[in-house]
Design a protein around this ligand. Structure first.
Ligand code: ADP
Length: 517
């Protein structure tokens, strides 16, 4: 039976889609679905997740329900599959009551192979009644990381949907899909949906055509202007962290390039128009907050430039991953400023939750993101190991792999910082430690008698900012750790203890010449 279904699946792939063969992972996942086993698919953006449920939807009897949070894109998604000859529709809040009713009726008479809905629809009693009478063959849950509190885009509506699916009397096969999930998030998704944890298909997180770069200390506006000017008529996305910044950068860049703008404060019409301008190449640069991008299928994005550091590696990987869906070489640049960490910390603090465990978890994630910006490890390898890929190779392309700087020994400076942290009983954060080391006469230092410490002024020949940046480096390389709260304090990690005991030497790359911008 499964074999015959696979054969039919290959025919659909070749005749309806016009592709030669399934990609790595796709056929295994589809076969799994035909065996009526649930699965969680973790596959990078552009990997080909959609086919994993679209093709079974054509082959299987009955309806495949596709759950997606992206109401604004459902019409486009449905138009695309209809163009391939698949009987698909969507039912969401953008339709009138009559339209919804008409689609319910058509569903009852078996006219659809696929129905796209938002998670909330599963709570509609009328819809539930239809599902009682017309059992589903498959539920595909797109953007499944929205199910996990430990993910970066948790949506309560997803959780309620999962409960419904778990207790549904005619529970169909469930296929959950996401591009970004740490092992913790993946296990949580499985748990919520009742998918056996062994049924996870992770095709890896490598994106061979992407080159990652972290740039520190650049003058932001000048850098971005020069960057986009050097890439006239190439499509790119510039992400900023606030609406205000998006507006300001849009005003500025519009003088030099064909830019457009997207953030949550714009009207729905404006957002749609701007998104289309970008998708259909009427604008080259999309300046956006993180409200933009989920589900946008624009293949030829040549670069994604982050003007600010996002709050988590997942968010960064997902946003940066919108570059190069067509497999062509593309670049992902992250401009880092120390204030970005403050901004993200503020976002976590402001979040409307009393859940202290969740906050601590988010602070932890922020620290990993900050470590990414300061590490000297291969950036691709860093991210892949974060997502649980052991032994990922170095990429040979990222800004850490191709550094032109030279390695300088920093063991003495590291010992100064580490012994100062010890003297301060691991009770202070980066700023105060740097102030003590540089011999600041700050009132707080004097009131707390910190100027009497033997390590006070030990690095007085350095600037406080330089010492802070050096501490960031020590944190990135895990010589020191930070507590996971709003005011993180520094503590010595085993690697740092080894440096204090003179068992380990510290090397840091120093750029030969600073970038001209
Ligand atoms: P994802 O949802 O994982 O980001 P998509 O399903 O949108 O990825 O697929 C990305 C691109 O790859 C699409 O343009 C899709 O048509 C193409 N694609 C997917 N599977 C195959 C295949 N087996 N052969 C050729 N192209 C494919």
């Amino acid at each position: 039976m499964v074999q015959a279904q696979m054969q039919r699946a290959t025919e659909v792939l070749q005749h309806q889609y016009g592709y030669d063969a399934f990609r790595e992972g796709q056929s295994r996942i589809i076969e799994h679905v035909f065996s009526q086993k649930d699965a969680l698919v973790v596959m990078p953006t552009g990997g080909g997740k959609s086919l994993c449920y679209q093709i079974p939807a054509v082959v299987l009897e009955g309806i495949t329900l596709v759950v997606s949070p992206l109401i604004s894109l459902m019409k486009d998604q449905v138009d695309a599959v209809r163009a391939l000859g698949i009987a698909a529709t969507y039912i969401n809040s953008s339709l009138s009551r009559q339209e919804v009713y008409a689609r319910f009726t058509a569903m009852m008479s078996g006219e659809y192979q696929m129905v796209y809905v938002a998670p909330e629809r599963l709570h509609d009693p009328q819809f539930q009644a239809i599902l009682q009478k017309k059992p589903l063959s498959l539920i595909a849950i797109d953007e499944a990381h929205c199910l996990s509190q430990w993910g970066h885009d948790f949506r309560p509506s997803y959780l309620a949907m999962a409960e419904w699916i778990k207790h549904h009397p005619h529970r169909p096969t469930v296929l959950a899909l996401t591009a970004t999930a740490t092992p913790e998030v993946a296990n949580d998704i499985c748990d919520r949906l009742g998918i056996p944890v062994d049924n996870q298909y992770c095709t890896g997180f490598a994106r061979e055509n992407l080159t990652f770069k972290v740039v520190k200390g650049a003058r932001k506006q000048t850098y971005i202007r020069q960057y986009v000017e050097a890439r006239q008529s190439q499509a790119g996305i510039v992400y900023v962290s606030t609406r205000k910044e998006a507006e300001a950068l849009y005003q500025f860049l519009s003088k030099y390039t064909r830019a457009t703008l997207y953030h949550g404060g714009l009207s729905e019409d404006a957002r749609r128009a701007h998104q289309e301008a970008f998708i259909y190449d009427q604008a080259d640069v999309m300046i956006a907050t993180n409200a933009f991008g989920m589900g946008i299928d624009k293949a030829n994005v040549r670069y994604v430039l982050h003007a600010n550091m996002p709050g988590t590696i997942e968010a960064y990987y997902q946003e940066a991953g919108r570059a190069g869906r067509d497999g062509e070489p593309s670049e992902c640049v992250l401009l880092f400023q120390p204030q970005d960490v403050q901004t993200q910390r503020f976002f976590i603090e402001q979040r409307d939750t009393e859940d202290e465990q969740k906050k601590a978890h988010d602070f932890d994630k922020l620290q990993v993101m900050s470590r990414f910006c300061h590490t000297e490890q291969c950036l691709s390898q860093f991210m892949r190991s974060y997502f649980g890929e052991e032994d990922a190779p170095t990429c040979g392309r990222c800004s850490n792999c191709v550094r032109e700087g030279e390695q300088v020994e920093r063991t003495t400076e590291a010992q100064m910082v580490l012994s100062c942290i010890v003297r301060m009983k691991e009770r202070f954060g980066k700023t105060v430690v740097a102030q003590v080391l540089t011999g600041s006469r700050n009132q707080k230092i004097l009131t707390m008698n910190l100027h009497k410490l033997p390590t006070y002024g030990l690095m007085k020949d350095y600037g406080a900012k330089d010492v802070q940046a050096f501490i960031d480096f020590l944190a990135a390389e895990e010589y020191v750790g930070l507590t996971n709260d709003a005011y993180p304090t520094l503590r010595i990690l085993p690697r740092g203890a080894a440096v204090l005991k003179k068992e380990e030497t510290v090397f840091q790359y120093v750029d030969k010449a600073p970038a001209p911008v």
